[in-house]
Structure formats: structure tokens, C-alpha cells
Design a protein around this ligand. Structure first.
Ligand code: PMP
Length: 320
């Protein structure tokens, strides 16, 4: 990952990719107190790259830092300009960007004083992160025995580095057991999210997704809610959901910046949508399913293929 040409941004400076190191005593490395974003850029119809919902990602990054009480000296405008320049400087079009806020190496220990705060941005080529086959075949998931975060244990609204230990414990267990993904429940046993994606189910024509308590306030989640309501005219309900509601759903899918919209085909050995006539896990989903229709809309809106029906979402794209 580090032995390549390119430029990284840090605190206003451009660093050659290979030289962009940090000290081993960097505080965030030791305690996980930092926050980050995952942002996508896509090549548009004119060949130029555009960042997708970069203003919302940047706001979430600044909100995460604020909630963690990490002061930052740069504002949203600086960070958006830097993300755009990260694409042009590195000659990227279909890319993934990872802006990260971290604490410096001025002290160690939980009571360290005078720590500096920093922001870095890395960007790399992503192409199609999920192949078209994988996005139509979807995933088999296992409900985790690890609970997802609780509002009184961590900052559920913040995308904090340390939160991902919990995600990886759950994901690694599921992957070792032969599954693709994990479904995480909140400490009271209600559906929270997957390891790094939000979850939706369709039942009797309406979409349902967990309210924002234990799950991250996903930006893809918000995009899907708006596309479902405003373009497909569907009812979308944010509420508490139990795992067996996913077992008996007509359709289910996961959403995230990297994964986009991925069908959830099987949970704990139950074939989701069997009663509604869904093809079995391992076979492509129906092209007229709500999941496939949302995937097509999301694909168009991210790649700038807007047309009249999606013209209202033009401000989701920021050309580099
Ligand atoms: N939940 C978690 C834990 C995540 O890491 C992500 C990915 N950022 C998501 C949900 C989806 O969020 P978004 O759509 O903003 O990428």
C-alpha cells in the first residue's frame, strides 16, 4: 500500500506517498481516539471525476471530531478543496478517499496534555469495488454474538477509529465460519447494522431500517431513503427491527459508501424472500426487485447519469 507514487495531504501540505510517515508514538495508534471518513469519487459522463456527497462526509468528519472533543484548525471548505485536489494530483477518477483525524505524538497515556490534532487525506483507485456479479448475487450473513455499540458506551454518531475493533471481532468470526458478512444487534438485541454498512428490509412494499441509535448515520442510507421516497414513491420507516423480521422479509440489503447497495440473501441459514419467490442465495436477484431498482438508481446518481428523474440530486456531485 505504501510503496507507490502519489501524494497525500496532511494539514495543508502535500507529501510524497512513500514519505508520508508518522511517529510510532502517535497517540491515536495507541488508544484509537480519532475519526475518519470513507468517500467515493466516480468518473462522470464527461470523463471528469466527481466526489459523491463530499459535503455530507466532511460534515460528519467534523462532527465526529467535535464529538470526540478533538479541536481542528481546518474547516469544511479547506477539506473539500483538498479532497478534490487529491483526485487531480493523483490522476484518479474512480477512487476511494480516506480523510482521517488523529492525535499527535506529544504525549502518551489517557491524560496526555498538549496533543496536536491532524488531518490527513489518502486517495486510491477503487474501480468497481464490488463486481456486478457480486452485487446481484449478494451476501450470506451470520448474526453476531458481539453486540454493536450502545449510545451510553460510545459515540454512535461518530465514525471513530476505535469503533472498528468491535466491527472486526464480529466480521472475522462470521468470515471464519464461512459467511460473507455479519449482522450486529444492539445491546438490547435489536438489529443495528453490518460490520461497516447499514441494513434495510422490504416487507409488503415498504422499506424499514433501524433508527439511528446503535448504527452509524450512513450517508448511503440517507441517499437510499431519499431515492426510495422521492423517486420510487416508497414508504420508508425508521424504527426498531428484530432479527426475525429480516428472516421473513421479502428483500433485504446493506448500504455503504464502498459496498453501495448489496443484497442480503441469507441470514443465519434462512433464505430471505423465499416466500415472496426470491431466487435462492447464490443466484442473481430479480431485476424488477426493489433492491435492483435502487441499485440502478444509485449507480446512475453516483456516476452523474441523472436524466429528468434524478435531476434533483445533481448537488450530490462535486466535480474535482
Ligand atoms: N456503518 C458503519 C459501521 C460503517 O463503517 C459504514 C461505512 N462508512 C456505514 C455504516 C455506512 O455509512 P456510509 O453510507 O456513510 O458509508
Amino acid at each position: 500500500l505504501y510503496d507507490r507514487d502519489g501524494w497525500l495531504w496532511r494539514d495543508g501540505d502535500w507529501l510524497p506517498w512513500r514519505e508520508a510517515g508518522t511517529h510510532l508514538l502517535t497517540h491515536t495508534l495507541h488508544y484509537g481516539m480519532g475519526c475518519f471518513e470513507g468517500v467515493r469519487a466516480y468518473r462522470g459522463p464527461d470523463g471528469r471525476p466527481a466526489l459523491f456527497r463530499v459535503a455530507e462526509h466532511t460534515r460528519r468528519l467534523l462532527d465526529s471530531a467535535h464529538a470526540l472533543d478533538i479541536p481542528l484548525s481546518c474547516n469544511a471548505e479547506t477539506l473539500i478543496t483538498a479532497q478534490r485536489e487529491c483526485l487531480t494530483r493523483n490522476g484518479l477518477a474512480n477512487a476511494y478517499l480516506k480523510p482521517t483525524v488523529y492525535l499527535g505524538a506529544e504525549g502518551l497515556g489517557l491524560r496526555a496534555k498538549g496533543l496536536t490534532s491532524h488531518v490527513m487525506i489518502a486517495a486510491w483507485d477503487l474501480g468497481d469495488y464490488v463486481s456486478p456479479e457480486a452485487s446481484s448475487v449478494g451476501l450470506r450473513a451470520l448474526t453476531s454474538s458481539w453486540a454493536r455499540h450502545h449510545v451510553n458506551i460510545s459515540l454512535c454518531r461518530a465514525k471513530t477509529n476505535g469503533h472498528y475493533v468491535n466491527s472486526m471481532l464480529a466480521l472475522n468470526t462470521a468470515v471464519k465460519a464461512g459467511f460473507d458478512e455479519t449482522l450486529m444487534l444492539d445491546p438490547e438485541g435489536y438489529v443495528a447494522e453490518a460490520s461497516a454498512a447499514n441494513v434495510f428490509l422490504l416487507r409488503d412494499g415498504a422499506l424499514h431500517t433501524p433508527e439511528i441509535t446503535s448504527c452509524l448515520q450512513g450517508i448511503t442510507r440517507d441517499s437510499v431513503i431519499r431515492l426510495a421516497r422521492e423517486v420510487l414513491g416508497l414508504e420508508v420507516v425508521e424504527r426498531r427491527i428484530t432479527r426475525d423480521e429480516l428472516y421473513v422479509a421479502d428483500e433485504a440489503f446493506l448500504t455503504g459508501t464502498a459496498a453501495e447497495i448489496l443484497p442480503l440473501r441469507e441470514l443465519d441459514g434462512r433464505h430471505i424472500g423465499a416466500r415472496a419467490g426470491a431466487p435462492p442465495p447464490g443466484e442473481p436477484i430479480a431485476q424488477d426487485s426493489v433492491t435492483a431498482r435502487l441499485q440502478r438508481l444509485y449507480r446512475r446518481v453516483t456516476r452523474g447519469d441523472l436524466g429528468d428523474d434524478l435531476a434533483a440530486f445533481a448537488d450530490w456531485l462535486t466535480p474535482a
